[in-house]
Design a protein around this ligand. Structure first.
Ligand SMILES: CC(=O)SCCNC(=O)CCNC(=O)[C@H](O)C(C)(C)COP(=O)(O)OP(=O)(O)OC[C@H]1O[C@@H](n2cnc3c(N)ncnc32)[C@H](O)[C@@H]1OP(=O)(O)O
Ligand SMILES: CC(=O)C(=O)O
Length: 527
């Protein structure tokens, strides 16, 4: 069994760009408790009123499994813990467990605390002992332990012994500057494990991109608690990422961290915390990123269709994620077949697949990109089906943009479309050419397809592909659209920006008409 100690609410919030409100912190803590995390470090009560409020509110909650811990430093140099505001704040937080950090590295004792080595041992021992006397369990975080150990191993061990004499139930070896490498962590933890008969923990930062590897090495060398954060948020480059460490330990190394029924909620937990932290989820994050099981290369997809573990290290469902297939110029027939299956399209023979595949490769060479435009990829496959009839057909369009003195810029569009046997000719004005085309198209289609009123353009991205050609360059346009309960993306590419926009817009409308009914979106969300 490995204890999971989450510090998202404390060290996680030391990441630049994260600021959680008290209620954000409580929501995350409750979600972590539901997951079965053992310790939740709620903050530093000696630091700010928000953290004080967190502990006041946390005291009113019935925690199912987790122990809430309050974090703070040892008492100030030349003072005693009984007179120390920070230690008092730890006691006032009312948590059953207090985590106290102290200095291990002589550089920090001498240059930062500006005190003597024996005085540092005194404040460690007395701070821990005082909290113990007040009935609190104490975890001792040995800051800069690995840097300190490399310089003066005997002194760093003495700091741990001081914490143990004070009554710490566990000492946590911190790679505060994140510079240690796995072989060093492995060797040092093994030596400490031999020297001290006390449970050990690991707290790693990611400055050498080794926080997860260092945490695993530490566990294998004897640590039984791992401190980390959800999504690896934390000071500078972050803390050890629990979303990787937990499945690594549980699925690969056979340790128990969370109840196994909870592991499948890891993907949701990661996205939940990103959402509350107001950060875009990292698509490329191991285990829980949306691309973690997304297959693009044709060779990979072809093999995956034959054996689901051929290009995956685990079954994605174990952590609540799912496999997906991307269509692009790197596709083979397998990608097309998988996409067709995903969209429920019956494929009538390999010729159809090869034609669609070749068209995708050709269009990508012209500047299209189907990876981020699944709706266009789906329409392309659909158009290769003999029985497919598009809901409308464009006959002509024109756009005029005029700059008139006194009247400013005037933009108008005309479209002529065929719906069945009917030809409809409309015009629209807009604040720009794409808006005017959109207005004219909606006018032309709304009587036959009233659901078009539900479509909203949510994003419009323009990228110049070969900038060296300056204004003659190919432009790629990606449009995101939604109808209140579902969103989709389409693509166009052309040396003419209006034409590229038109292609993406027409695909967006065609796909939307195929997938949106006339029902009220609110009812569809409920369904
Ligand atoms: C490794 C880590 O991540 S530790 C956590 C770091 N997180 C934070 O710093 C966030 C919360 N911090 C804060 O809100 C503030 O820094 C406070 C309230 C803790 C302190 O604020 P201030 O009193 O203004 O001090 P300031 O931040 O300028 O300096 C830190 C002080 O703590 C002292 N200190 C640092 N570590 C320790 C320690 N382990 N034991 C005792 N004192 C310590 C320093 O010597 C310095 O004191 P001094 O100015 O009297 O020499
Ligand atoms: C305690 C802590 O956060 C660190 O040493 O990094």
């Amino acid at each position: 069994m490995i204890q999971i100690y989450d510090t998202t609410l404390r060290d996680g919030t030391q990441r630049k760009d994260i600021s959680l409100s008290c209620s954000d912190k409580l929501r995350i803590a409750q979600r972590l408790d539901e997951m079965g995390v053992d310790f939740i470090e709620g903050g530093w009560p000696g630091s700010n009123p928000k953290d004080v409020e967190f502990f006041q509110e946390a005291a009113k909650i019935h925690w199912k499994h987790a122990l809430i811990t309050a974090f703070g430093s040892t008492c100030r140099v030349n003072g005693g813990p009984q007179d120390d505001a920070n230690i008092q704040a730890l006691l006032d937080s009312g948590t059953p467990v207090c985590t106290v950090f102290g200095k291990s590295w002589t550089l920090h004792v001498v240059d930062v605390l500006r005190t003597t080595l024996p005085e540092n041992l005194r404040i460690i021992e007395q701070s821990v002992a005082y909290l113990r006397e007040q009935g609190r369990r104490v975890i001792y975080d040995a800051e800069h332990f690995f840097d300190g150990y490399k310089e003066n191993p005997e002194y760093t061990l003495d700091t741990l012994r001081a914490a143990v004499r004070g009554g710490a139930e566990r000492v946590v070896l911190c790679d505060t500057n994140g510079g240690a490498l796995p072989h060093e962590v492995s060797a040092i933890v093994s030596q400490v494990h031999q020297e001290l008969d006390i449970p050990l923990g690991i707290h790693a930062h990611n400055d050498s991109e080794c926080a997860v590897a260092n945490s695993l090495a530490a566990v294998q060398a004897g640590c039984t608690q791992v401190q980390g954060t959800i999504n690896g948020y934390g000071e500078r480059c972050g803390n050890a990422n629990l979303c990787s460490i937990i499945p690594d330990l549980q699925l690969k190394l056979g340790y128990e961290c969370l109840p196994s029924v909870k592991l499948v909620e890891l993907y949701d937990l990661s996205h939940f915390v990103a959402e509350i932290a107001n950060l875009a989820p990292d698509e490329y994050q191991a285990y829980v990123g949306q691309a973690a099981f997304a297959h693009k290369g044709g060779v990979h997809v072809s093999a995956m269709r034959r054996s689901p573990l051929s290009y995956q290290h685990i079954e994605p469902e174990l952590v609540g994620n799912e496999m997906s297939v991307v269509v692009s110029e790197l596709s083979g027939k397998g990608n097309i077949l998988s996409k067709a299956e995903e969209y429920g399209l019956a494929v009538n023979g390999s010729e159809e697949v090869v034609e669609a595949l070749n068209q995708i490769k050709e269009l990508e060479s012209q500047g299209f990109s189907f990876e981020a435009a699944e709706a266009s990829a789906m329409l392309l496959l659909k158009r290769h089906q003999p029985d497919y009839r598009a809901p409308f057909e464009l006959i002509d369009y024109s756009v005029s943009v005029e700059h008139r003195q006194q009247r400013g810029i005037i933009t108008e569009a005309m479209v002529k479309v065929r719906i069945g046997e009917k030809v409809i000719h409309t015009a629209g004005e807009g604040c720009g050419p794409v808006h005017a085309l959109d207005v004219a198209m909606r006018k032309a289609l709304v009587d036959d397809f009233p659901q078009i009123a539900q479509f909203h353009l949510t994003d419009f991205k323009v990228r110049i592909l070969n900038g060296a050609l300056a204004t003659e360059a190919i432009t790629r346009v990606l449009i995101d659209t939604q109808n209140g309960y579902h969103s989709w993306s389409t693509v166009g590419a052309s040396p003419n920006i209006i034409d590229a926009s038109w292609q993406a817009l027409a695909d967006s409308i065609e796909y939307g008409l195929m997938t949106t009914t006339e029902e009220d979106p609110a009812e569809q969300v409920a369904a």
